[in-house]
Write a protein that binds this ligand. Structure first.
Ligand SMILES: Cc1cc2nc3c(=O)[nH]c(=O)nc-3n(C[C@H](O)[C@H](O)[C@H](O)COP(=O)(O)O)c2cc1C
Length: 159
């Protein structure tokens, strides 16, 4: 069956794949923390432990991810919807008032995240209008809680 292709249909179809929500973080060369909301997070390999995220070439923070040897991925809990919106908003200091701590690699860890992965960047792949960042997980943390979900362009929670 041939399905008519369109940008809107592609976006809508992708949005029907329910995901969790993460904030990917990095330190700039001058030490300042940067990050953005990311739901393209995927685990890739168990041995070695690899994950990936995809970042839009237009994202203001992509240069920090390209320049840094390490980044972190913070998996948000269902009570962190505001944080997700903040880290997807342009033109504000996203870390203002956030009690982040540096991980072993220096990448910012967000308090109360359900899980965090501290990664050494092992590979980047240009793919269309995004770059895929593959990271080897060097440190991890987990806590109890329920996840923030994203489905059909809206936030959701487990019932
Ligand atoms: C739930 C959600 C998931 C997102 N996932 C991604 C993603 O995987 N990759 C990406 O580049 N942008 C993603 N974004 C968009 C970025 O967070 C947002 O465009 C970016 O932070 C814009 O600001 P900037 O260009 O100032 O960095 C997502 C946004 C939301 C709300």
């Amino acid at each position: 069956m041939v399905i008519p292709q369109s940008f809107d249909t592609f976006r809508r179809a992708c949005s029907l794949f329910a995901t969790g929500v993460t904030v990917a973080t990095v330190r700039a060369i001058d030490g300042t923390p940067h990050g953005l909301t990311v739901n393209s997070f995927t685990s890739v390999s168990l041995d070695p432990p690899l994950i990936l995220i995809c970042i839009d070439h237009d994202a203001s923070v992509i240069s920090c991810f390209l320049e840094s040897s390490h980044f972190a991925v913070n998996v948000l809990g269902q009570e962190q919807r505001e944080l997700s919106m903040r880290f997807a908003t342009r033109g504000m200091d996203r870390f203002d008032g956030i009690a982040w701590t540096p991980g072993v690699s220096g990448a910012p860890l967000i308090p109360e995240a359900l899980a965090h992965f501290e990664c050494r960047k092992t590979n980047t792949i240009e793919a269309g209008d995004h770059t895929i960042f593959i990271g080897q997980v060097e440190e991890m943390g987990v806590r109890e809680g329920r996840p923030l979900l994203f489905f059909a362009s809206s936030y959701a929670a487990l019932k």
